[in-house]
Design a protein around this ligand. Structure first.
Ligand code: 13P
Ligand code: SF4
Length: 337
């Protein structure tokens, strides 16, 4: 069995303890806060986590902010309330720390849409191109990447590359198409997408806007072009949140995962936030991967210090440079997630 499969098998075993019963009368917030102190642990949560997890976290942010925190924390344990690629990124940035993910099966359809063995072959066809990868990709894909980006810094990352240098952009075709439009750079784009951001219904959004003529329509750049073309503002989760705080409108239709509405509502309690309607019958735009994490799993994971993110040394050595470069360009541009 290869080392990679051994790691995967151990991780599957690690997830087994999630079946343990948690006393339903336990004050999970108090218990989690106690474990944070005892273990010198920090909880980093993405905006798409359920609201209880956001409220118990030490830091809530987008992918850039979470990477910046993971690189700078002095905690002994990073508990990552997010998905697998985010926890892997934290491990690459802080390889000597223990990085925990409440549910190892919290994956990402976008990261899965770009298997490294296929991307390696694809890349061979363009030997003179540099590879820019959206951070929503596996650690192994980062080893094939020159520089990462997030939705907050993607424009600055592309613009930091000399104009005559050809670029491959992976794995998100929607963000890639948006960047081509925004920067005027012609890039070779991998054909991947996020299942949550591809689900919005153009027709239902038009109808909703007709019913709420004063509402602004705001969207994440992982959405398809025909959705982005309707938007009053396009931005990362942090960008969308900041926009709703500064802008004068009182109502917003929000085309991204619904978890962000919790911080929007907390920051602007007097405003109304409406999740953009998806093209399905359950009217749900939750990310099933993000929502695998629960308060119970968060407590169990901190109690048992499992499941732990384990990466092979070569992955950290060859993948980290692409994240460091991204953080350098972001710092030069004064960008915070
Ligand atoms: P940001 O929070 O960086 O905008 O990313 C959105 C996302 O899809 C994370 O999985
Ligand atoms: Fe991945 Fe999309 Fe879920 Fe983000 S929202 S974790 S990109 S599947």
């Amino acid at each position: 069995m290869s080392a990679l499969y051994e790691t995967a098998a151990r991780n599957m075993q690690q997830n087994g303890f999630l079946d343990l019963e948690v006393d339903p009368t336990m004050d999970l917030v108090a218990a989690i806060n106690q474990l944070k102190k005892e273990k010198n642990a920090v909880i980093l949560a993405h905006y798409y986590q359920e609201s209880e997890i956001q409220d118990v976290a030490d830091y809530i942010g987008d992918s850039l902010g979470l990477s910046q925190q993971a690189a700078s924390t002095d905690a002994d344990i990073i508990v990552f309330a997010g998905v697998h690629f985010m926890a892997e990124t934290a491990k690459m940035l802080s390889p000597n720390k223990k990085v925990l993910l409440p549910d190892l099966k919290a994956g990402c359809s976008l990261a899965d849409s770009c298997p490294p063995h296929l991307f390696r072959k694809f890349k061979e066809k363009y030997p003179d191109h540099v590879v820019v990868s959206y951070i929503n990709c596996t650690a192994e894909l980062k080893t094939l990447t020159d520089i990462c980006c997030t939705s907050t810094n993607a424009v600055q990352i592309i613009e930091s590359i000399p104009k005559d240098q050809p670029i491959i952009f992976a794995p998100d075709k929607n963000l890639g198409a948006y960047l081509v439009k925004k920067t005027g750079r012609d890039m070779v784009i991998w054909n991947g997408a996020c299942m949550v951001h591809e689900i919005f219904s153009h027709e239902k959004i038009v109808k909703l806007r007709n019913r709420h003529p004063n509402a602004k329509f705001i969207a994440h750049p992982e959405c398809e072009a025909h959705i982005l073309d309707m938007a009053d503002y396009i931005g990362s989760t942090t960008g969308l949140l900041k926009y709703t705080m500064k802008d004068s409108a009182m109502e917003y239709i929000v085309a991204t995962e619904s978890g962000i509405l919790h911080q929007m509502q907390k920051s602007s309690p007097h405003k109304t936030f409406i999740p953009a309607p998806p093209d399905n019958h359950c009217a749900c735009n939750d990310c099933p991967h993000m929502k695998r994490n629960t308060m119970e799993k968060l407590w169990l994971c901190m109690q048992h210090e499992l499941p732990e993110i384990v990466l092979e040394d070569w992955v950290i050595e060859q993948g980290r440079a692409s994240i460091d470069r991204m953080l350098e360009v972001s710092a030069q541009a004064g960008l915070l997630g």
